[in-house]
Design a protein around this ligand. Sequence first.
Ligand code: GCB
Length: 881
Amino acid sequence: MIKKLLLTALMPLLCARLSFAQTRIVQSINSNWLFHKDIPGSADATSWERVSLPHTWNTQDVNDDEPGYYRGKGIYKKTIYIPANWKDKNIDLYFEGANQVTQVFVNGVFAGRHIGGYTAFSIPVSKLLKFSSDTVSANQIMVEVDNSADPGVPPLSADFTFYGGIYRNVFLVATGRPHLDVSGPGQAGLRISTPRVNEQMAVIITNTKVKELKDRSAYKIINEIVDRDGRSVDRIEQKLDGEGVSVKQALSKPHLWSCDDPYLYRVITRLINNKTKEVVDQQTNSLGIRWFKFSADSGFFLNGKHVKLIGANRHQDFRDMGNALPEALQERDIVLLKNMGANFIRIAHYPQAPSILQACDRLGIIASVEIPVVNEINESETFYKNCLDMQREMIDQNFNHPSVVIWAYMNEVLLHPHYKEGSKERQLYFGNIVKLAKRIDSLSKAEDPARFTMIPCNGNFDLYNNTGLTKVPQIVGWNIYSGWYSGGLEGFERFLERHHANLPDKPLIVTEFGADADIRSHSSDPVRFDKTIEYQRIYHMHDLKEIMARPFVAGAAVWNLVDFNSEGRGESTPHINTKGLTTDAREPKEAYFLYQANLLKVPFLKLGGNQWLLRSGIASADGTSMQEVVVFTNQPFVALWLNGKLLKKVEAKDHIAVFQVPFRNGLNYIKASDGKGLEDDQTVKFKMIASDLAHDTTFDALNVSLGDPRFFVDQKMQQVWLPEKPYTKGSWGYLGGQVFRLNSLNRQPFGSDKAIVNTNNDAIYETQRIGLTGFKADVPDGEYAVTLHFAELQAKNNAEKSIYNLDATVAKEVEQTRSFDVQINGKTILEDLSNHNYLLPATAYYSTTIITAEKGQGITIDFIPHQGQAILNAVQIKKIF
Ligand code: GCB
């Protein structure tokens, strides 16, 4: 013991004697690049734009009304200045990621190529650089990146945007000679494993290579493990037997890494010149000591203790930034996850920025990482090779992260079977998928026997079993969307039970479950596909409860932590998949609070409706309007105050306390409290619509979305669109007709999922009333602007299809299905409105008319059909004076 203490005390002194002659230099070269798209013959091809990395060229075009985005080549160039005294160094360019095929040229000479958009790569450039006797010399770097669709490179298709560009950091890495293997700054090139760990001891093995080693007897390795306080806890010197180095160390009573206590040591590997004692090269890696296992019966165990893995998937893009995110925004997502109470992330569908797993290590989030083989494969050796290369690169680059416990591959790979059902080709295709899965799986096990492998499958249980795919990995992941893409919520637990009964030996993770929510849509009667915040909350409440109730479910990851771009999607927020627990700008939705209430160990209380601070409704007899307010909490009781008065105290059920709140016109101050000091408050602006419109001298505006049971809030315009209702005397509403329903799929309670061109308020246009004869509002006398909104939802020509749109069609040509006149207070204001003029498929058309309402006549809108049925998507009545 004394000897050990003495050694520990002396260690800094021993180290202090080492001099750091020519250890590696790692510096980013992100700023001041020039860029252009390489479109032959276009103006873009010659004019250089000044950009900094991370950069993508698709930030704008993924969000416009045009289908598709630029998938082609982009050229980057930059002058780098290399010091004269680097002449004898080994110099690499290290790319953290560029999508998806990258070629690098130095001073006009080809330097290297990398295939795949999501793993890092090093390009050796020493031989191509120019040196002069000046202090520095200019060298030209040119990088050609191509994100064209390529049948040999996964992903072939997926529900996310394949942004092109050098969208992660680029570094110059210079080492002396000889040097430790270089793969990147502070990672890979060196693998640390912990083959034996328990509470008493840990065996730590560091494997690396010494490159360009001429005389092995002249050098040695010193490997040192340093604790969090900077104390050296183990140090070992080792002679070199050759290029390969394997250093074995042991720690007694190691401080274990866990989700609650993510303790990290550092491993410092130094290459020392025996004679001069100089440190020739040095690498530092973090080390988390833990052991884990998955059991098919009882789930996941970390350091011998059961841990239910609950978290989310994460896509890497951000609103208006594409996938080119600075470090701070990468890390912010892991903090978001941690603050949610989560302990798990599925990094899907591709490896992400190094800072993601670094943050997981630091914050104690368990991770699964996977390569981007999604939906389908290409049956070619090139494709197979690229899959295997990606898996190898992914494992190599992320090997040292204690947070990683799973290497995954092939998301929902049987989704696009390419060939006809029952055909031989299809059978062969499935066979090839299974063969490839086996190759990837055995590569993973050979590269890293300590981690588990996983395939995330979609909800077709029989298909994945019958092909034999579920037999290949150690863990089966299921993406289960019961209550969203299929059936009712209860299908979820049936699916889980089915797995357990049929695959009793396979650990199970719910790799995806989720429901879309557009933060502008709300409902007092939420249903599947309505995309309301309330349905998303109900969906997650249900699934989370079922996940928690089953010990055999090792873990689950919500789809998705964040809303993300998927250019091909339509729906109410075109190009955005809104299954996030936050928006693409990371504003939390209610479901995020639901997870906090369920998972956080510290007392938690949060008012829902954070995106519903502008409300509207119809006054009841006492002048108030009753609407639901929910509070998320892990405390037993919640009291709610409205405008300073106690409304009610209720018991929270399943971590939610529900209140009916009588809102009054204007500002409503709401406060929720657990009675023990936890409080949350919000001010809701309520726009009251009088029940007796005719006598409402304060009447201001009425916005109604026809065919729609939801509220739609437009924060920017400060407008709330009310659900439709039939006309009643003294009030307002439609006359006749029915709610538009999709005849083909008939699975939506209302509306269409087409992206509507020419508007940002797609939801308003996606529902409509058809065959109505009129709309009436008994407003007081005055001058009004009446705006009618239309979009043709039924045009028949279906030119473009996307499986990711619930209603999978976008019509290209117009076929005449209807024509009608519109009159307001007896005056024809739209004559022969038809598909041959303004009513174009999935295109917003609106028109405002100024109307004088006098002698108590109010506003009456009549629809007079000539062909087919009249339609109305929305109406706005605004009092001017
Ligand atoms: C899935 C896919 C994921 C999609 C998601 C969805 O099953 O794995 O890539 O984004 O469903 O939202 O449809």
